[in-house]
Design a binder for this molecule. Structure first.
Ligand code: 6PG
Length: 466
């Protein structure tokens, strides 16, 4: 019997995805560049081994799959994907389908869809880490709908479920799936950064020990902030290093890694003139975090900030409220960017369905996404911060965000993502801004012209008349 699908790349994510597919009753053929890895994977597959066909040659993999074939690529994003497609091409029949399930840059996916020729090609964003890949990821598909339809029964079967509804959705043509995954990762960066900032306030400002930080996150995980990221932050804070016996967090170097998806989101936002300052702040914070030596020199030069915040000045509850407000503002920015891209690229990205597909399985899954899906279903053209449900929450919480950011500023604790969330909120609630000055300056030095408030004809100022 031939396999229902094939998979190339048995790294952590590929192996987990293959087991998930087999576990859901599909036969799968697998191949890895290093054959020993394939053998090892099959040997350790237990009961699922019967559904898995390990192959040593690419031609053997192709021959093992039922036609028209579908093959998932789970190889590192970038050149490896192009190389793999090139290696497969001569072995495949027209209309055989290649599915890139890695974290591709959506521009590459756009190109690969064009270059596919008589092969079928789709790009799917897969979120949820190893655990998600094994037991139910969130899947964001892009490419021709008919190609997605050919494999959607498998992808929906392996995806996470929210009240029985699979978190696997076709987002649009070409790179739409990978684009939505990139914005997911941008939001992921900002969500993580804001949580890390509240950790900094608790640790440096309020002097909490790790257990108290862990308990606070655990308590927040029962309220409006209930989410995977808050849950794991509590677990990270609670963990003890088996080597030193110290809190694990104390032993982890404070320099954040990044594979680039958050950065791509920020670069793309600039191309689109989309305003995602919280996500930008999060990417910048990761960049700065890697400048450890310079930060140590800065501390030696300027002295450490007077971190201590009097306990009666700042309560745990106000930090929780600040994080709630910050989170809403960050997601509002992410969805606004998706809406802009949808127009710019001629996609019809389904905003409510995107919130739905993120409700389970992915890294940013949270209780709040269900409310976001509801708000976007009511009106997907409206900025989420203006939706009545979220506007009500922001009216109650923005004062805490302001207070927390102010206290952090007074005590020298950097909270770039929360601050930028607050600045976004204030900018978006200011009908008369200050860009009239920018326009005046532009006209002064470059005669760039401006629009008049009274709609009158003059488009230049009197600067140079005397
Ligand atoms: C997910 C994650 C996943 C991965 C990224 C994280 O949704 O499952 O986003 O795709 O963890 O590589 O990116 P950084 O390495 O840039 O933090």
């Amino acid at each position: 019997r031939k396999s229902d699908i094939g998979l190339i790349g048995l790294g952590t994510m590929g192996a987990a995805l293959a087991l998930n597919i087999a576990d859901n009753g599909f036969d799968i053929a697998v191949w890895n560049r290093t054959t020993s890895k394939t053998k090892d994977f099959h040997d350790k597959a237990g009961d699922l081994a019967a559904r898995i066909t390990p192959t040593e040659e690419l031609s053997e993999l192709v021959a093992a799959i039922a036609s028209p074939r579908a093959i998932i690529l789970m190889v590192p994003a970038g050149q490896a994907v192009d190389d793999q497609i090139a290696a497969l091409r001569p072995l495949l029949d027209p209309e055989d389908l290649i599915i890139d399930a890695g974290n591709a840059n959506f521009h590459d996916t756009n190109r690969r869809v064009k270059e596919a020729g008589d092969l079928a090609f789709i790009g799917i964003g897969v979120s949820g880490g190893e655990e998600g890949a094994r037991f139910g990821p969130s899947i964001m598909g892009g490419g021709k709908a008919e190609y997605w339809d050919r494999v959607s029964h498998i992808l929906k079967a392996i995806a996470a479920k929210h009240e029985g509804q699979p978190c696997a959705t076709w987002m649009g043509e070409a790179g739409a799936g990978h684009f939505v995954k990139a914005v997911h990762n941008g939001i992921e960066y900002a969500d993580m950064q804001m949580i890390a900032e509240t950790y900094g306030i608790m640790r440096d400002g309020l002097g909490y020990d790790h257990q108290k930080v862990a308990d606070t996150f655990a308590a927040w995980d029962k309220g409006a902030l209930r989410s995977y990221l808050i849950e794991i932050s509590g677990k990270v804070a609670a963990a003890t290093d088996p080597v030193s016996g110290k809190p694990m967090l104390e032993m982890i170097v404070d320099a954040a890694g990044q594979k680039g998806t958050g950065r791509w989101t920020v670069i793309e936002a600039q191309h689109l003139a989309a305003a995602i300052p919280a996500i930008e702040a999060a990417v910048v914070a990761r960049n700065l975090s890697s400048q450890r030596q310079a930060r140590a020199e800065g501390e030696a030069l300027f002295g450490a900030a007077p971190h201590h915040i009097p306990h009666d000045t700042l309560s745990k509850d106000s930090i929780e409220e600040a994080l709630i407000a910050g989170k809403i503002l960050c997601y509002a920015q992410g969805f606004q960017m998706i809406a802009k891209a949808s127009d710019a690229f001629g996609w019809t990205l389904p905003l409510p369905a995107i919130a739905e597909v993120w409700r389970e399985g992915c890294i940013i899954r949270s209780a709040m996404l269900d409310d976001m899906a509801n708000a976007l279903r009511e009106d997907e053209d409206r900025n989420l911060m203006m939706a009545p449900y979220f506007a009500d929450i922001l009216k109650k919480t923005h004062k805490s965000l302001r207070h927390v950011v102010a206290q952090a500023a007074l005590h020298g604790i950097a909270v770039p993502a929360l601050s930028s969330g607050l600045a976004y909120f204030d900018a978006m609630r200011t009908a008369r801004g200050t860009a009239n000055m920018i326009q005046g300056q532009r006209d002064f030095f470059g005669a760039h012209g401006f629009e008049r408030m009274d709609g009158g004809d003059g488009t230049h100022g009197p600067w140079h008349s005397d």
